[in-house]
Each structure stands twice: as C-alpha cells, then as structure tokens.
Design a protein around this ligand. Structure first.
Ligand code: TTP
Ligand code: CA
Length: 364
C-alpha cells in the first residue's frame, strides 16, 4: 500500500495570530515586521495578511518600502515567543492525528508539519481528506486560525500540494496525478531545489520538471554528486521515500494513546497513563538516558488540546519521579476541565546520556 502523507501549513501565520488577538485589525492590511537595531526604519517584513499581499507587500521586503507601498497598513513588531507558544499548541493537535500514536509526525517549521495517516485512513484518500477536514476544524476551534493541507503519496508532493489552495484549502494529489502535477512546473518550484541548483540546471537547458525527470541520471550524478544527482532524478519523477520522522525526536521520548471511550474518570485516565509511563520508561532505560522535562498532553473530545510541562532540577532516570510528576500534572489537568478526554500522551525531553549518572538510590 502506498503511503498517505499530509502537509499542514498555517495561513499567513504571524499576521493571522495578530488578527485573532485584535479583532479591530480585521479587514485591514496587517504587516508584521522584524525591526533591526536600526529602529523602525530598518528591518524586513516577516509576513503580512492577504490584504497587504494584494497591495504588493511580501516577506523579506524592507519595512520602509512596505510603508511607502501602503501607508495605511497596520505595522506590528514580531512577537516570536508568543507565536512559538501558539505553534506548540497547534503541533500537539497535528501530532495527535499522526500514525503510530503520533510518532509519524515531523515538524518542518514554526507553522508547518508532515504527518503520515496511511494506517488511520486505511490507505483511503477520502478518509485522509476527512482527517484533514477534522484537523482544520480542530485548529480553527482551538486556536481560531486557518491552515491549508496538502495530501500526497510522499513528503515532496504533500508539501507542494498544500500551497495549491491557500488560504483554508485541502489539495489531494493521487498517485496517478503526480506526473501531471509536476510535469510542467519550473524546476525551482520542486521542493528542495534552491537558487544554486536552479541556475546550474538552467545552464544545462533544464527548466521544467519534465526535463529533469527525463535527464540522464549519470550526467546529473557527474555534476551534482551521487546523492544529490540521484535525488534530483527521483524527486522530478515524483518519487520520494523519505520517512516522516521528527528531526528532534532524539531529544524526546513519548507515547500517546486513545482511551477506550471519551471519559474524565480519573481511574480510567490514570490507568492508561500508567501504560504509557511503562512504555516511555522502558525506552528511557533502553537508551540509557536521563530526562529533565516531562510533558503531558490531553486531547479533549471537543478537539481542545492542552499540554503542560514540568522541568526537573537535574536530569533524572527514575520511574518514581516520572510517575509522580506525570500524576501531578494529569491531576491538575483533570481538575481544570469538565470536558471528557479522548487521548492522552506523555513525553520526556531534554535528554542526557547516562554517563556515570547517579540513580536516586545512589544519590542519597
Ligand atoms: P510562511 O509559511 O512562509 O508564510 P505565512 O504563513 O506567513 O503565509 P502563507 O499563508 O503563504 O503560508 O512562513 C511562516 C511564518 O514564518 C510567517 O508567518 C512569518 C515567518 N517568516 C519570516 O519571519 N520571514 C520570512 O521571510 C518568511 C518567508 C516567513
Ligand atoms: Ca504558512
């Protein structure tokens, strides 16, 4: 069975968050600026909403120029730590839809991620589309933001599909549509091809993806090297086996699971939590690491997702500590809502290798 990969990309992310925070901005052109140490006159546009884009403003444009182009736009300074918090919350929602209890998930940037749904959808693209719809509704309900989703048989196609219908769209590219989707595209549009490669390819008379796909692989290898040359040929042919895998997973160990039915009964929730703790802790032991942070995720029946973390004073590798902290956080989350819970997760992070690490028993 071929894979089904989703790529989710938030729409005009920083500016959308600012619009959400201040409803009086609705309908106005909103530009989020990264000001430099030269003050408001320096700096570049981080992003802007669609009203500002219609006026010709775009990311990386000097703010001074953007002001000249549209003096009545609202210019706001970036608030990166705040956007990162919103991002964390969105990533937890997305992760909760990924196969293998959220393992087949890959955050790609502050506002985009891949998730594999081959198993959850049973390989059925209509189901995958319903999953994408649920994700959009969940993100909208919890964070009041829209996103666009691309669905394809691999990461390259999913990534390129998500920008096809923006904002608030879903684009499905079936395996038998991949060739038509790619064929006439300029090579620069192929995800993974930058300016340097584009120029080299242009020098070889290769301008569109079809030319690249049909090019002699040995010649590509002689110019770009084995790995890159092969990759170019494969990518242009719509072939990409790269797994959906979190790049930072080496610094985190976690598991998620659904309750047998939505509930907020603490004995049922804690009993599932115990299973997850056993699993996470056995992975901690197998990898000979200690952890400094413990994060609990709760996804409610209404899609609302809450995460809460605790950072320990030192790296620890004690099951009792993990259990105590997890129970504490879960207790607080159970007390703070009356909504039933659908899924829970536990994750340890900030991992340290156990090099002569003392266990709690040795510590005292
Ligand atoms: P993008 O996903 O490239 O852009 P976007 O989400 O604003 O708009 P779109 O609807 O087209 O997806 O980038 C995500 C965020 O990253 C963006 O909101 C702001 C930030 N960013 C910068 O700070 N500088 C940049 O040059 C770009 C491209 C993005
Ligand atoms: Ca985006």
């Amino acid at each position: 069975m071929s894979r089904i990969i989703l790529h989710v990309d938030m729409d005009y992310f920083y500016a959308a968050i600012e619009e959400r925070e201040d409803p009086s901005l609705r309908g106005k052109a909103v530009v989020v600026c990264m000001y430099s140490n030269r003050g408001e006159e320096g700096g570049a546009v981080s992003t802007c909403n669609y009203a500002a884009r219609d006026a010709g403003i775009h990311s990386a444009m000097p703010c001074r120029l953007a002001k000249a182009v549209k003096p009545d736009a609202v210019f706001l300074p970036v608030r990166k730590p705040f956007y990162s918090e919103v991002s964390d919350s969105i990533m937890e929602i997305l992760r909760s839809y990924a196969d293998n209890d959220g393992e087949l998930f890959e955050k790609l940037g502050i506002d985009e991620a891949f998730l594999e749904v081959t198993a959850t959808s049973g390989g059925d693209l209509d189901k995958a589309q319903q999953i994408a719809q649920s994700i959009k509704e969940g993100v909208k309900e919890l964070e009041g933001l829209t996103c666009s989703v691309g669905i394809g048989p691999n990461k390259i196609i999913a990534k390129m599909a998500s920008s096809r219908q923006k904002p608030d769209g879903i684009t499905v590219i079936r395996e038998d549509e991949v060739d038509g989707f790619l064929r006439k595209m300029p090579v620069a549009k192929l995800w993974g091809i930058g300016k340097v490669t584009e120029e080299k390819l242009a020098g070889m008379g290769i301008d569109i993806v079809e030319d690249l796909a049909g090019h002699d692989v040995q010649e590509l290898i002689s110019i770009f090297g084995k790995t890159r040359g092969t990759w170019l040929k494969m990518a242009a042919s719509g072939i990409d086996d790269d797994p959906v895998k979190e790049k930072t997973s080496s610094d985190q160990i976690g598991r998620m699971a659904s309750l047998t039915h939505d509930t907020r009964k603490s004995d049922l929730v804690l009993s599932l939590l115990d299973e997850l703790l056993d699993d996470v802790f056995s992975k901690v032991t197998a990898r000979s690491v200690s952890f400094r942070s413990v994060t609990i995720t709760v996804i409610y029946s209404n899609f609302k997702t809450v995460t809460k973390s605790h950072t320990l004073n030192h790296p620890m590798a004690e099951k009792s500590v993990l259990r105590e902290v997890s129970y504490q956080i879960m207790g607080e989350l159970l007390d703070s809502s009356t909504v039933n819970i659908r899924r829970i997760g536990v994750r340890v992070g900030n991992l340290h290798e156990n090099k002569g690490q003392k266990t709690l028993a040795e510590f005292f």
